[in-house]
Design a protein around this ligand. Sequence first.
Ligand SMILES: C[S@@+](CC[C@H](N)C(=O)[O-])C[C@H]1O[C@@H](n2cnc3c(N)ncnc32)[C@H](O)[C@@H]1O
Length: 461
Amino acid sequence: MNNTTTLLRHPHSPRSSTPGTTMLDRSVSSRRHAAESDAVADSPTPDPSSDDDESKTKRQHISLLASKYLSRISHMSPYLVICVFALFGVVSFIFHYSRNLVCISPYDPHSRIGPGLYRPDAAESDFGYLGVPWCRSKHGKTVEWTTKDLIKGLEEFVRIYETRPIKNNMYGMGFDHSFGLWFIARWLKPDLMIESGAFKGHSTWVLRQAMPDKPIISISPRHPAKYLQKGPAYVDENCTYFAGKDFVDFGSIDWGSVMKRHGITNLSRVLIFFDDHQNELKRLKQALKAGFQHLVFEDNYDTGTGDHYSLRQICDQSYIRGGGHSCFRDSDEARIRARRKKFWEKAVDVEELCGTGETWWGVKGEMRDNFNHSNKPISYAEHFQNSRYVESILEVYWELPPVAGPSLTHQTRYDPARAPSPIVEDGRYGLFQRLGLSRLETSVFNGYTQMVYLQISEQES
Ligand SMILES: C[S@@+](CC[C@H](N)C(=O)[O-])C[C@H]1O[C@@H](n2cnc3c(N)ncnc32)[C@H](O)[C@@H]1O
């Protein structure tokens, strides 16, 4: 498995964070940068050998006009002159700002790349008004794969996915996360793969496609074979099942002896996949204690959503770009959320986001666990401490982007303003088709919940 660092810088890279700035500051400054770079890109490069330097000509022209005008009005009273200049100032101010106030709907996905506020390149660093939280890693390392690698992987995976034994995997992974898990496993090439939460066995099948000869350990209260009685399911031959009567929770397994039995001496060569809807902080601590370093969480729910406390929720902090929320009913965030909710099923408005006492973190200030069969109110201080803890053990945090933009996949569930830019961006239908993605039923694109890959420290520091 590859333990190396840093090649591709994630769009949420710490480098681009500006601690201490408010959300408004951030959007303003990013727009300012965009405007500045626009100006640079648009200005013609002056040819030093030419007398026809356009910018110079323009400057001369304007100064000539101004001096002519001044000489014409010099006979007027100074008060009139001041009034004329004041009027001119007000008119030019209104003209300038009216261009920047072009009304662009924040809930229309296409508006993100529309004129003025969001340009395709700006979308990389500014995911809309609400922003996207991310987890800071200790040393700012990130994954070594690039978008090109992901695109190449997609081309290969579509054909594999079409052969899946469970065609309708409702309540399990859809296409995006199946691809993400397959890609990560294939890239890291672990000696052993462990999954917690198997359901009918679709994710076991995905892991098997990535690594045909490596052993798998699958943990799930109900054995996938049980589902075979009712329809398609997948049971793997080279898999040790802690399932059915042999079920033991991940946190209670004696991993030392299980690793010994599997001949694993280097835990950095093991990949763990969690799709068991348990508190991810709890799972992180258990994995760290056992010495595992490479983890994937399938359901990395956004703040205010989901049935368990997620990495996304933990890292949603106001000192991180895209993080922190306002519960004010009369605020830009409240208005934007209300509008986005009309378009995106998983978007939450301020009423849903906030509980009593303006508790917005986790889900209304609750740390959910075990499919929300248990939940515990936590204070903001505790939530903040959790994020500092995660940061202290995090080597890499990488959120899988959606495979393709919503106009291509026709999904309306996740809100694109709260997700990284898709691998195949909206408008790239040619690529979408070439990769074979247009052959898939649109329903397979519905389950995206920000799957995340983490690399954590070897030991608690
Ligand atoms: C969403 S499903 C998993 C879907 C599966 N990974 C797939 O892609 O098709 C969640 C699974 O977690 C199982 N589960 C519940 N509690 C669990 C626990 N403590 N440990 C492991 N699995 C658990 C459930 O029985 C269910 O099969």
